[in-house]
Design a protein around this ligand. Structure first.
Ligand SMILES: Nc1ncnc2c1ncn2[C@@H]1O[C@H](COP(=O)(O)OP(=O)(O)OP(=O)(O)O)[C@@H](O)[C@H]1O
Ligand SMILES: [Mg+2]
Length: 259
């Protein structure tokens, strides 16, 4: 077994500000009130992921999932602790992240692919497949700033899945895509999982996590409170069978969608 991601005692602290303007801050200080404090968005988190595992990262809004993913991806550094990753990392960590709003979809595609480590030759070879998966042929020369959030997510996800990577991170992928596109994304992520790559998938959808992941991690106010089997994690979160069936992005329902 080869370690793919090793997270050791990772903490990320952010500052919470209570006032915005200088006047408000001055008044608050004069009254002896707090103007800011610090909190740990990710709090002493440790875990190891083996190559080929598919991890579902779950937890309530604001529990630190995206922050943790950004640190694994390397766009943010932990304040303490360490993160080691093996191989190339690709994925979508935020809708529209890394896109330049004034450039066209075409230019952003080329730029983003280069940032993710694709050579010019490889990008040209995969160009049509990327555009085809995103379904944005008619929008390709329009500026990305005018894309809807779903369209930006389509382009970002499509580029990311065409990068040869050892680790694939996915956050907010399914949040803005329409139903047929979500189904396509889930299917592609299943293929990524089955190809032996490490999959790290942030989701609020119990159905898709149960179907896709072999292990679930749950964050609660930045702390890792669960690490184990998906069904146990889903139970921990308090989802029951009704939630699984009614969940709007349940995978079985998605795959059955007309795509
Ligand atoms: N740059 C920042 N500065 C200050 N606070 C931040 C910053 N980024 C995130 N936070 C705060 O850190 C906490 C964790 O945010 P994070 O985006 O990691 O949550 P999340 O688990 O991904 O939530 P969601 O399910 O809504 O996507 C939140 O309270 C958020 O407001
Ligand atoms: Mg998030």
């Amino acid at each position: 077994m080869v370690d793919s991601i090793r997270v050791e005692n990772v903490t990320k602290t952010f500052t919470r500000r209570y006032q915005r303007t200088l006047k408000q801050i001055t008044v608050a200080k004069a009254r002896g009130q707090k103007t800011m404090d610090e909190f740990n968005a990710v709090d002493d988190v440790s875990f190891t992921v083996q190559q080929g595992e598919s991890i579902g990262l779950m937890g309530l809004n604001g529990s630190g999932k995206s922050t943790l993913l950004k640190m694994i991806n390397g766009v943010m550094r932990p304040d303490s602790g360490s993160i080691l990753t093996r191989g190339n990392i690709a994925g979508l960590i935020a809708t529209g992240a890394g896109f330049h709003p004034q450039l066209s979809g075409r230019d952003n595609l080329v730029l983003n692919a280069a940032i993710l480590g694709m050579s010019e030759k490889e990008t040209m070879r995969k160009f049509d497949a990327i555009v085809d998966f995103a379904g944005l042929e008619d929008k390709l020369d329009g500026q990305v700033g005018h894309y809807s959030s779903g369209e930006s997510a389509r382009l970002g996800f499509s580029i990311a899945i065409h990068v040869d990577s050892d680790i694939f991170l996915a956050d907010e992928v399914l949040a803005v895509g329409d139903k047929p596109f979500r189904a396509k994304c889930l299917q592609r992520m299943e293929e990524i999982r089955d190809s032996g790559r490490t999959l790290f998938y942030v989701s609020h959808s119990a159905g898709s996590v149960k179907r896709m992941c072999t292990r679930v991690l749950i964050l609660e106010q930045g702390k890792l409170v669960f690490d184990g089997k998906p069904w146990k994690g889903i139970k921990y979160l308090g989802y029951d069978d009704g939630d699984l069936k009614e969940n709007p992005i349940d995978l079985e329902e998605e795959i059955g969608a007309d795509i």
